[in-house]
Ligand binder design. Structure first.
Ligand code: FPP
Length: 268
């Protein structure tokens, strides 16, 4: 029932949820999961321990997004640029993605979560591609949260791919490519508009993530390192989102009313 606190929430989460307007949830939330390495360093642990603990944060965040009825959640799990990291770290992240998807598949299905992936996934190791295919096919009938994993993802590559796909579709027509053409060929074309983009670890950068889609998304940066993020943190980000006045280049409701009143007066 709308407005009812989901039974799965703990006390802290329930208190936060009670302050939300469930009718105005962001439809699509994307997260730059940053700070695993720093989290590990603070604890004198190897970087990979940060990634390992980061998976728990992934699980808690998905659970919360699913429980409260967010439509889509895009997680930046591996960028094109991440190949520059030491080989053992790259291998470890690939193993984590593979193992997490395998282990979590039954729970994802039980919770009606549909998995999809964006990025140049055909360049990932074959074993990872196989598990991705299994997770996407195994959840294709799910109608709840859309969990969209960005893997080997680069926003600039996505825009280039979209422009090329749009050009191919025009069959040599000289008509210019429009913004609409590009939007229709983005990897995220079947997802709701991006409403909220979260970044952990306090960095103020988009890091080549969803550059087109972020045009009018609300940005939320938290100093928490990714392994420290969880269900309550997601609710705090949504509460902050709900305080924003989204104008999309126009005027706020209040300013519109003043403008309408003054133009009414001037035309009288
Ligand atoms: C950024 O922290 C984190 C990553 C590049 C990897 C994130 C991947 C996971 C948590 C595994 C994801 C698994 C699934 C199933 C989605 P960083 O290493 O850049 O941290 P730093 O900036 O502190 O060094």
């Amino acid at each position: 029932m709308p407005g009812e606190i989901p039974a799965t929430l703990n006390r802290e989460e329930a208190v936060l949820y009670a302050q939300l307007d469930p009718a105005r949830l962001p439809r699509h939330i994307a997260i730059i999961m940053d700070g695993n390495g720093r989290w590990a360093k603070q604890r004198f642990l190897p970087r990979i321990e940060g990634h390992r603990t980061g998976v728990k944060a992934v699980r808690n965040t998905i659970r919360m997004a699913s429980d409260i009825g967010v439509l889509a959640l895009t997680l930046y799990a591996f960028s094109n640029e991440n190949w520059k990291r030491p080989r053992h770290e790259v291998d470890f992240i690939m193993m984590l993605v593979q193992r997490s998807l395998c282990n979590e598949l039954p729970a994802l299905r039980e919770n009606n979560v549909r998995v999809s992936c964006i990025g140049r996934c055909h360049e990932l190791p074959t074993s990872v591609q196989d598990v991705i295919a299994m997770a996407c096919e195994g959840t294709a009938q799910c109608t709840g949260l859309r969990l969209n994993l960005a893997l080997n993802y680069s926003a600039k590559a996505e825009i280039a791919d979209a422009v090329n796909a749009a050009l191919r579709q025009r069959n040599g027509s000289p008509a210019p490519v429009t913004e609409e053409d590009i939007s229709q060929h983005l990897y995220t074309r079947d997802l709701p508009e991006l409403d909220l983009l979260i970044r952990t670890s306090g960095e103020l950068r988009l890091s080549n993530f969803l550059l087109w889609q972020a045009a009018y998304a609300e940005l939320y940066v938290t100093p928490l390192l990714w392994p420290e993020f969880g269900g309550a943190s997601l609710l705090e980000a949504i509460l902050d989102f709900q305080k924003r006045d989204r104008r999309f280049g126009g005027l706020s409701m209040a300013a519109e009313a003043v403008a309408a009143e003054s133009s009414g007066k001037s035309s009288q």
